[in-house]
Design a protein around this ligand. Sequence first.
Ligand SMILES: *[C@@H]1O[C@H](CO)[C@@H](O)[C@H](O)[C@H]1NC(C)=O
Ligand SMILES: *[C@@H]1O[C@H](CO)[C@@H](O)[C@H](O)[C@H]1NC(C)=O
Ligand SMILES: *[C@@H]1O[C@H](CO)[C@@H](O)[C@H](O)[C@H]1NC(C)=O
Length: 566
Amino acid sequence: MGDKNHLLYVVTIHAIFALLHFIVSDAVETLARAGGRQERWQLLRNNTGVVAMHMALTHENTVIIFDQTEAGPSQYRLHQRYNGRRCSTRSRADLKDGACYAHSVEYYIHGNNLRPLRFVSDPWCSSGSFLSNGTLLQVGGHGRGSQRIRYFRPCHDHLCNWQQSKRSLSDNRWYASNLLLPQHDRVIVVGGRNAYSYEFIPKLHTKDRSFNLPFLHDTHDEDGGGNNLYPFLHLSSDGNLFIFANRDSILFNYQRNSVVKTFPRIPGGGSRNYPSSGSSVILPLDHQDRFQKVEVMVCGGAASGAYEAAARGRFLPALSSCGRMVITGNNHIWKMENMPGPRTMHDMLILPTGHILIINGARRGCAGWQNAATPSLRPYLYNPKKSRGQRFTILKATRIARMYHSSALLLPDGRVLVAGGNPYNTYTFSNVAYPTELRLQAFVPDYMDRQFNDLRPGNVTIEYEGHSSGVAYGTAFTIHFWLGRRPSKDVEYSVYAPPFTTHSISMNQRLLKLRCRHTTRDGGGSMSAVLEAPPSPNVAPPGYYLLTVVNNGIPSLSQWIRFIPA
Ligand SMILES: *[C@@H]1O[C@H](CO)[C@@H](O)[C@H](O)[C@H]1NC(C)=O
Ligand SMILES: *[C@@H]1O[C@H](CO)[C@@H](O)[C@H](O)[C@H]1NC(C)=O
Ligand SMILES: *[C@@H]1O[C@H](CO)[C@@H](O)[C@H](O)[C@H]1NC(C)=O
């Protein structure tokens, strides 16, 4: 064989091997997806009684669900009104009286059961945040509820209920957003219908009322139904507040009432906030840069004119585009990419693996009564670490449409609770395209599959110092867990702030990947890891977080951990 032929021979053999390798690895990939590695949908209950317009996971492993109270009967009948008066099944008036029905329930994850809760004023299209002690603060709503402040203190004994504060808001807050601030258990409430302002609970100074926010005037689109309601709020690592409304965003110093930065407008046309109802997250924060780099992602929304078109019964294709922008540092560019399809009214959740789940919503139209069509039945999974063009995976479809007033949230066992949907002002079940939806589902990501159980860290426990009820910022703490076989090179420790979820936004959601100083194998599969708590409340405001050990992409069940000021 001459040199030339030899070379050709070698090249050919290499090419064949490369091709074979490509085919084989591709086949393995396909097999992995077709075989065991499959996400699932579970139907948990046929009837939650109450539309899950708002949902929040408490540190007692229950989920608070509520709807509006003024829409008449729900599907959860009460024997008596909260003032004690009996509800008769023979009285026509009682059958129609909204006070004879629950409008909020507490769902017990372990028991898969419910109990009714009481509201004394209407929390329709409201907002909320968990305080550092795990109490849910919920604000605003409609009518007499629009300036109300309410608390829910989670309990063991099933006796707790909504409490209404005697204090009230300065402005009406209907379709406003909430965020817990790093200091003093203070919450900021931003925007709302006809509310071009923000305010604090508790107030910064006793005499304060609300503060004007011209940015909300500038982003308001009257004909489009607002398009700046439920603004996206994210806390940046420098302590400033990122506010996104419609297509624009600012970095805001809420202590000085001043705009620190105006970011470029997001490309892609249309609008991103209610009623266009795209969604937004901050990508996982990482100990490798001391949690300093903050990158915001915004996905989907509605086309320009979608709201007006929907009023005439035409449903325009939603936006497919997503933008990612680093809001820290000095170089701010929206990097755009497309989801596998158009989407509005979806939820974006950060999974313990650091992937983003995009779930619920519709392909056409926008938010509002009967404003959308063609449900998005397939969730998308987004891997922020992959290269552009490779990041999205289309997941298994559900059969249940989740239109306006649906919601989703991450559970401590790694599943995603999916509930609600009601494009009508009252509970409507017949002769409509998208009836009121009361079925409760869990979306079970493929990482929960039993075939990964030997990789799954188990029995995670957290060691608290002495009598402390939490871990102080910047300190080291030890956790223990169990792993049947050698840990992979890729073990991550994430903490996740449970959000208040409504109208496609998950307020206060964030995930941090904590630094691990070292791990030890204690024998028999027992492991200890010394982790570092977040350095400051700016990167993780005080409160309860879900701690998850993720071994090679397979998460443990999560445990609650509390970060407290030193
Ligand atoms: C829901 O209802 C269907 C039809 O009646 C029934 O087959 C199913 O078992 C129910 N599922 C649950 C979780 O209750
Ligand atoms: C948590 O803090 C809030 C606000 O200070 C307070 O109203 C509530 O009672 C506290 N909850 C518990 C369980 O201590
Ligand atoms: C882990 O927890 C389960 C259930 O609580 C228990 O049955 C099991 O023995 C524990 N395993 C180890 C290794 O501690």
